[in-house]
Design a protein around this ligand. Structure first.
Ligand code: SF4
Length: 344
């Protein structure tokens, strides 16, 4: 019999093999893990032929954030989101801005216990409208997010993954009854980038976003525009066209400024003018709600009515002012705006 401590929680989404290895099917690495070893994410461990989620109920970070910080502009805008982070990641991005937790390991990291019930209680006590699993990759926190999220939904809270989208179909289907919003990074429209910079592949990410939409989740995408790496205008236009075709023209897309970090200190920040050009291209291609981000006080952070151009939501930093929106309707022309104001 395997003796486990209270933190040891058997994983979902894996298969036991005759030779004592296990095959994890939570993300598209589909790691084959020998006894005593971890998968690529560093937080799922094979103990004598059983896969354990080592960080179940263990948090590294906790905050009450404006939801705009995720960034999410069309899901419960103007509300607070109870935000949690753990450790580990299934990507190894050279420009990671949260590397101190994404690269931490369970033995050395300073983690605190937080039961799912207590998380939901804190979200409600903090007057939050949602819970966000964020800061590091939530896919690898699957069982914990699932338990907390199921409870959160029963209490009327929204639920958010801030994710790289490398989750498998089977894991995403398991999450779907509880997951309201899938805030996904589309890091580049380029397999080479995913392979070299993230240690992953592009196609499974695109597949998971399409599935998340089919499953009824609210989708917003974020592309961190890195000079010389993924900022080719034609490539970005290809990405925008793909989103319009597969996710619809009302999908909010955020194009955010890169700042040198972690192992990627060899290039400067993204010029604002470059982001503004991408915004204009996206509008020309027919995207209704492009945004730019990681910038200071720029009009392209606001939401405009796609029919008449009226300013609906003004943003300054992470705060929002509803200047032209009545619930989900443009106050000027009556256009219905694709925005989630309440969770059902
Ligand atoms: S979650 Fe992904 S990286 Fe982690 S063990 Fe499973 S397949 Fe490997």
């Amino acid at each position: 019999m395997v003796i486990t401590g209270p933190a040891m929680h058997e994983a979902h989404q894996y298969r036991k093999n005759d030779d004592g290895t296990v095959t994890c099917s939570l993300c598209n690495h589909r790691c084959s893990i020998k006894a005593g070893r971890h998968g690529i994410c560093g937080v799922r461990k094979n103990e004598q032929g059983t896969l354990f989620a080592e960080t179940y109920g263990k948090i590294s970070a906790e905050a009450i954030d404006p939801i705009e910080k995720k960034p999410l502009y069309h899901y419960l805008p103007g509300t607070l989101s109870y935000s949690l982070g753990g450790i580990g990641c299934n990507f190894h991005c050279e420009h990671c801005q949260n590397w101190h937790i994404s690269r931490a390991n369970p033995e050395e990291a300073r983690l605190r216990d937080l039961a799912p019930e207590e998380g939901v209680h804190r979200a409600i006590a903090g007057k939050c409208a949602s819970i966000a699993w964020t800061y590091n990759e939530p896919t690898i926190w699957h069982e914990y997010a699932l338990d907390m999220g199921t409870l959160a939904r029963s209490k009327g809270l929204g639920t958010i993954y801030v994710t790289n989208g490398y989750i498998t179909e089977e894991a995403l289907r398991e999450l779907s009854p509880m997951l309201g919003a899938f805030r996904v990074d589309l890091k580049a429209f380029n397999e080479e980038f995913y392979k070299k910079v993230c240690g992953a592949h592009l196609a499974p990410v695109l597949d998971s976003v399409i599935l998340a939409r089919e499953l009824g989740m609210h989708i917003e995408t974020v592309t961190l525009v890195i000079p010389g790496l993924n900022d080719d205008r034609e490539e970005l236009k290809g990405l925008i066209r793909w989103v319009i075709e597969h996710l619809g023209p009302a999908t909010p897309m955020h194009f955010t400024a890169f700042h040198p970090d972690y192992k990627m200190m060899d290039r400067g920040a993204t010029p604002i003018a470059a982001l503004e050009k991408i915004y204009k291209s996206a509008k020309d291609l027919g995207l209704k709600y492009p945004y730019i981000g990681n910038v200071f006080n720029n009009p392209y952070e606001n939401t405009y009515c796609p029919a008449c151009g009226t300013t609906l939501i003004e943003r300054y930093g992470f705060s929002s002012r509803f200047v032209g929106l009545d619930d989900r309707q443009c106050r000027n022309c009556g256009e219905q705006i694709e925005i989630v104001r309440h969770v059902s």
